[in-house]
Design a protein around this ligand. Structure first.
Ligand code: NCD
Length: 448
């Protein structure tokens, strides 16, 4: 049993929780030493000098993995940095995040990707990187994908914009197939979206805001599913938001297309009725939709059509977010609220199992990002998303599903405050989080 790179030396006991093991949920204590779970039992001996973390009344499982985090560094450090974003991630129960490449400069060269990975090395949450598909995310010339793949990049995306030219998408998928990496799409056909900044429907008409129809997303979902079947590339669909997208993915999976999909917590919990106050905090891309889409997304997440929850954590400075609705940039914070919202909507609201909760928050995203031990790990990323067992890396979250709390945005670790849940009463919160055995969050506070 080798200690993982950067393992915490000291022993830690996690006591009194319901632990997710291969057998399901069990009331167990566990001992962690040198980054590894070394003992698991109904009662365990506490090693001398061990830190003891109380997990009574809480769930203990693999820490979460976020497939979709905008850390904003380099280039927009006024909104977020790798330091503040990873602290927010750890507080949200995340052991690893995939940093999105729409930085300034874009993560389309080995130098920029290297810098992000290097700066994330000692963070309280591991940082993996997604690389851009095209140079500058401009949709024309392919980025040097092989060079980025050599740095361990497993996901490629022009997130923020979909690849508009189907020929470019096809070539990029051919490269992804050859390199064994995943093509991840922000599905939005800009010609169909036609500048719409909210969902096209009753609310856009009432508020007088330009809308974009669900078809703007679904047209690109359909195109990419066909291209994935043509090229044999692995396709991951980012932040799906419509009932039609869920149905297209369901049909494609039934045909055997190698596709995975994610949904963001805000699309599982908010509808376009939230736009009635013109608050730009509710402006996001893809836009909030009517309730029937939300229902279809929850069904899809519950039945496995959608594989993972991903935050699309998109911090913006107040200077930008306070602009009039149509001028403000789209995007919402997500890291520190995702687990609460997902638990409430999926488990409490939909009757999904706690196993499914950990699957969509940890196991599946770890697999998609290949942080499950199968991917290249030149930057020492450890193994994520495993159920708890003796010998596994201690990337663990202790989540209390009962605690009620009010979100105060000025208390977030994130630099930005653009959460749509500001002032909301939430249920369920991360109590502790361990990264390679180190308690990086204890009693809902960051130790870093
Ligand atoms: C994202 C951002 O701010 O980087 N915003 C968002 O609303 N999701 C980019 C994007 O996907 O538009």
């Amino acid at each position: 049993m080798n200690a993982p790179f950067g393992a915490f030396e000291h022993p830690v006991v996690v006591a009194g929780g319901q632990v997710l093991t291969e057998r399901g949920l069990e009331r167990l204590d566990l001992v962690v030493h040198q980054g590894i779970v070394v003992e698991l039992g109904a009662s365990v001996d506490h090693p001398a000098g061990a830190t003891v973390l109380d997990a009574s009344g809480a769930l203990v499982g693999p820490s979460f993995v976020d497939l979709h985090t905008h850390l904003r560094e380099p280039g927009r450090e006024q909104a977020e940095t790798i330091e503040t974003g990873t602290r927010a991630a750890a507080l949200g129960g995340y052991g690893a995040v995939v940093a999105m490449p729409n930085t300034e400069p874009t993560m389309d060269t080995a130098a920029v990707v290297h810098m992000v990975l290097e700066r994330g090395r000692n963070a309280p949450c591991e940082v993996a990187a997604a690389g851009a598909i095209t140079v500058g995310r401009l949709g024309a010339q392919l980025a040097p994908m092989a060079e980025l793949a050599a740095l361990g990049v497993e996901l490629f995306t022009d997130d923020g914009t979909g690849v508009q030219d189907g020929g470019v998408a096809r070539r990029a998928m051919d490269y992804c197939r050859g390199l064994g990496v995943t093509y991840a799409e922000h599905c939005e056909d800009l010609a169909i979206a036609h500048g719409g900044c909210v969902h096209e429907g009753a609310w856009s008409a009432l508020l007088g805001l330009p809308g974009q129809p669900a078809a703007a997303e679904e047209a690109m979902v359909a195109r990419d599913l066909l291209l994935a079947a043509t090229t044999g590339a692995r396709l991951h669909l980012l932040h799906l938001s419509t009932a039609g997208s869920v149905e297209l993915v369901r049909q494609a999976k039934a045909r055997g297309v190698a596709v995975t999909a994610e949904v963001a917590p805000h699309h599982l919990s908010l509808t376009d009725a939230s736009l009635k106050g013109y608050d730009p905090c509710f402006k996001v891309n893809p836009p909030l939709r009517p309730a029937e889409h939300l229902e279809a997304l929850l069904d899809g997440l519950n039945d496995g059509t959608i594989d993972a929850v991903a935050t699309d954590h998109a911090p913006h400075t107040p200077e930008l977010k306070d602009l009039p609705f149509d001028q403000a940039p789209p995007g919402m914070l997500g890291l520190e609220t995702a687990a609460s919202i997902t638990y409430e909507q999926l488990v409490a609201g939909r009757g999904a199992t706690i196993e499914r909760f950990f699957e969509v928050m940890a196991t599946q995203p770890a697999k998609i990002a290949r942080l499950d031990g199968t991917g290249a790990r030149p930057f020492g990323h450890s193994v994520h998303g495993q159920r708890v067992a003796v010998g596994t890396t201690a990337n663990l979250v202790v989540f209390d599903p009962e605690v009620r709390w009010t979100l105060e945005v000025d208390q977030l670790a994130s630099k930005a405050t653009n959460s749509p849940f500001s002032g909301a009463r939430l249920v369920g919160k991360v109590r502790h989080c361990l990264l390679r055995g180190e308690p990086v969050v204890t009693d809902a506070r960051s130790t870093r």
